[in-house]
Design a protein around this ligand. Sequence first.
Ligand code: HEC
Ligand code: HEC
Ligand code: HEC
Ligand code: HEC
Length: 356
Amino acid sequence: MKYFFTLSFMSLLLCCVQSVSASEASVYVDRVYDEIPPAPKSQSMAEALQKSAGCQSCHTTTDSMTMHESPGVVLGCTDCHGGDANIFTMEGDIKNKNLMGQAHVLPSYPEDWHYPHSANPEASYTLLNREAKEFVRFVNPSDLRVAKEACGACHLETVQAAKRSIMATSAMFLGAATYANNVLPFKKYILGEAYTPDGEPSAIKGPPLKDADANWDSHGVLPVLYPFPTWETTPPGDIFRVFERGGRNISNLFPETGLPNALGLIQRIEEPGRPDFRQSNRGPGTGGRISVPVLNVHKTRLNDPLMWFLGTNDNPGDYRTSGCGACHVVYANDRDPRHSGPYAASLVIHGKIPDQ
Ligand code: HEC
Ligand code: HEC
Ligand code: HEC
Ligand code: HEC
């Protein structure tokens, strides 16, 4: 009986371990990526068509080959997306996953992206930061990590402005949250979200100004924004409780804050007036002596992402890509011209929207 109990307990444990690895661990595939050159400002039509030929053998025709209405924009698919345009489908077998895999740039985290399916994953949080920049550019050339290469030849100023925009940095959110919670004492905001192409946090600088102070005074121009610090290393702002030294019975275990000692034994030998339970006795940044608001701001940022990340993809209004495409690509054609503009126009019959 005892033996049986141990065995079933063991299998229970194993189950737990397995389910944790299935839901939390991402499988990383080490790949060597070809460099994708920046999209050129100008080229001949023949060059552009060659860069689309293989892709179009499967992706056939679209409303616009270049994502632009203007025929003045001459680009091939691989100028923006990368990939190999010399791979052609055989006998129209567009679902041939082997050929598709040769033509496409493949993800480093295929499971997280549900490869080979192209639907964006739900709640992808920091996936774009972990993923290789080559694949980021393949799924979304307009992602801010890679937009300089894909769009910069023709839209450099817009790309730079988009990265500095409050829609990308969320400086007001980080500023208000840190000032209001006593994490930082500055009313002049110094934090903002930005990443390098490899997904590392990065400071973001505005263009050099002649008189930065005057620009701040009259227009609120911030010269530079720094990345939000990690919560583990940020000392708490709520100084009153967490700096209490505690009494003389400092155990080496992290205290169970909020779980009183049932027998009252510790209280009996304690100095009067000292708290029983401390948030940590190892100094700021350990145990409960972290900045809880900083942790929450990190989570909010990922649960309600701005332009550097994909929409959460699980609620109406949250189905969108990152970067320029978040605003410039239609995601919800709900057949209502008021939301979906020209994409829904063909459904307007005699000036009226048919019932849905
Ligand atoms: C052999 C056929 C084939 C070729 C060649 C091909 N594709 Fe695809 N591609 C597909 C199919 C099929 C899908 C949709 C996969 C799914 O969702 O199941 C797809 C999806 C995509 C996606 C979305 C991927 C994602 O993960 O979100 C992009 C972008 C794309 N293709 C671009 C290209 C480009 C650029 C080329 C040329 C370099 C190309 N494709 C060549 C068949 C092909
Ligand atoms: C100007 C750059 C540009 C060019 C040229 C271009 N694309 Fe795209 N493509 C984009 C952007 C930006 C998106 C939106 C990405 C997103 O929604 O995440 C996109 C989206 C796509 C998607 C859907 C991706 C997905 O995740 O569902 C496919 C498929 C695709 N492009 C294929 C092509 C093919 C095939 C060509 C050539 C005929 C081409 N593209 C040319 C920029 C471009
Ligand atoms: C080869 C040059 C070139 C590249 C590369 C390029 N564009 Fe453009 N883009 C243009 C030109 C020229 C226009 C203006 C013509 C027009 O209105 O269609 C334009 C216009 C636009 C517009 C405004 C369209 C409107 O309705 O006014 C958007 C948005 C845009 N591009 C996004 C992008 C994005 C995102 C990328 C990169 C993924 C990109 N472009 C890459 C040349 C380019
Ligand atoms: C937060 C939403 C948002 C993002 C992100 C965004 N745009 Fe725009 N963009 C707009 C709006 C809104 C307009 C104005 C549209 C209008 O006036 O019709 C615009 C206009 C444009 C125009 C036309 C400008 C002109 O002078 O006519 C271009 C080109 C353009 N955007 C390119 C880009 C590029 C490239 C990116 C990414 C680097 C980008 N946008 C990111 C919302 C956005």
